[in-house]
Design a binder for this molecule. Structure first.
Ligand code: CTP
Length: 408
């Protein structure tokens, strides 16, 4: 749900700061990246090292650090995220936010940001119900800050009542609700193919390739995050199933094609799978055995069906938008333009998969989007960001088609 989303997590000084570790883990598991700001008081409860290890990013805390400022100024830090999450939001930090103070890095970033802010309060029950805090929360809500919690229950200070910080899973749900409010693909049906295929030579051996499925799975998650009803047809991969997506697991190209044709009426098809071009012409029913002195067996191959070309065929069932990938090691754009024509798809996402780029199995991708209008060169991006950008473009394209149709 949160693929490609960037969260700036501000951890203030409360005992609930220990829950921020689990929060980071959950967010990253959903594909979000997390960068942390730790207040001085927060650092009394959780160490920068813990947050750094879990977020795999540096932790910011010092407003006047020369290295932090030269690498990422506090203004950029406040804008370089999709959402700022304050967890725990202490009475003190809420008061400083309401008062517009900028007396440490956390308060400054919160004052400087142009991004949405979600706060998860955590404090003693009397502090939460104090008129000052009540007024501060009201002010912040009026300014558009979203709150999750606090919950009612036993507190670390041996009192009982509202003030317990929401559980990490509740905070994640609140984050998803804020970030995924915009669902331009609601009511659209999408198919995504992902991962490699496996073509059996005999019951124990197969032909396959290095595709990790990371890019295809991220695209399925991104389309779902924009509200599409997504079917993901995936070859064998190690990456987890994206949330909110119907996953059909297959092995061979023939099975992938059958699953795709079974998916029903579609608006969008994105073929990101690295389908094996060939299969064994006659896979052996039993394990092929070595025979002393005999030469290695000759492999007779047969072509696999082309799933992208099949889905791109004109007809009443053709999806409104068919997107293919072109994994190339040389002449990336020229080969991809040729491939777009040959396969009959609308768009091609071309990428260089030469071993030196680390694209196969890696986290980043440098792609070119080839459409009827020309070629766009995208900057190097994380695979989640490529997916979000592509899903956004798909949503924009379909919305434009609807506008044009209405105008005719
Ligand atoms: N594709 C497919 N079915 C196949 C082969 C490829 O659906 N049997 C799709 C891929 O999912 C991708 C696009 O076609 O979207 C291009 O895949 P690629 O492997 O780059 O192209 P090939 O057709 O295999 O061409 P070549 O090997 O000559 O580059």
């Amino acid at each position: 749900m949160l693929h490609g989303k960037r969260i700036l997590l501000i951890v203030a000084g409360g005992i609930a700061a220990f829950k921020s570790a689990e929060l980071i883990r959950l967010l990253r598991g959903r594909g979000a990246s997390v960068r942390c700001v730790l207040t001085e008081a927060g650092a009394k409860f959780v160490t920068p090292l813990t947050l750094q290890a879990l977020s795999e990013d540096r932790v910011y805390g010092d407003m006047f650090s020369l290295t932090d400022e030269s690498e990422m100024g506090h203004i950029q830090l406040s804008r370089d995220a999709d959402l700022l999450v304050v967890a725990p939001a202490t009475a003190d930090l809420l008061a400083r936010m309401a008062g517009g103070l900028a007396n440490d890095l956390a308060a400054t970033v919160l004052l400087a940001t142009d991004k949405p802010v979600l706060a998860a309060p955590a404090m003693n029950v009397r502090m939460w119900t104090h008129a000052a805090t009540v007024a501060n929360v009201e002010t912040l809500k009026k300014r558009g800050i979203t709150f999750v919690g606090p919950n009612d229950g036993a507190m670390a200070c041996n009192e009982h009542g509202p003030g317990r910080m929401s559980e990490p899973a509740e905070i994640v749900a609140a984050i998803e609700a804020v970030l995924v409010r915009d669902r331009p693909l609601a009511g659209r049906r999408a198919l995504v193919t992902s991962g490699p295929t496996r073509e059996a030579l005999d019951p124990v051996r197969f032909i396959s390739n290095h595709s990790s499925g990371k890019q295809g799975h991220a695209i399925a998650a991104a389309l779902a995050a924009l509200g599409a009803d997504v079917t993901l047809v995936s070859g064998p991969v190690a990456v987890p199933d994206p949330q909110g997506v119907k996953v059909m697991k297959i092995e061979s190209a023939d099975q992938m094609l059958a699953a795709c044709l079974d998916a029903g009426a579609l608006d969008i098809a994105v073929c990101a799978a690295a389908v094996a071009d060939w299969k064994a012409a006659r896979p052996a029913a039993g394990k092929i055995k070595k025979k002393a002195g005999a030469p290695p067996p000759a492999l007779e191959l047969a072509p696999n069906p082309d799933i992208l070309a099949t889905l791109s065929k004109a007809g009443p069932k053709r999806p409104a938008l068919v997107v293919g990938f072109a994994a190339e090691t040389e002449n990336v754009v020229a080969n991809a333009i040729e491939k777009r024509g040959r396969k009959g798809c609308d768009w091609i996402v071309a990428n260089d998969v030469s071993p030196a780029t680390g694209t196969f199995g890696g986290e980043r991708n440098t792609v070119h989007l080839i459409t009827a209008a020309g070629t766009e060169d995208w900057p190097p991006l994380g695979k989640g960001d490529v997916a979000m950008r592509l899903a956004g473009r798909i949503a924009g394209h379909l919305a434009e088609a609807v506008r044009k149709q209405a105008a005719e």
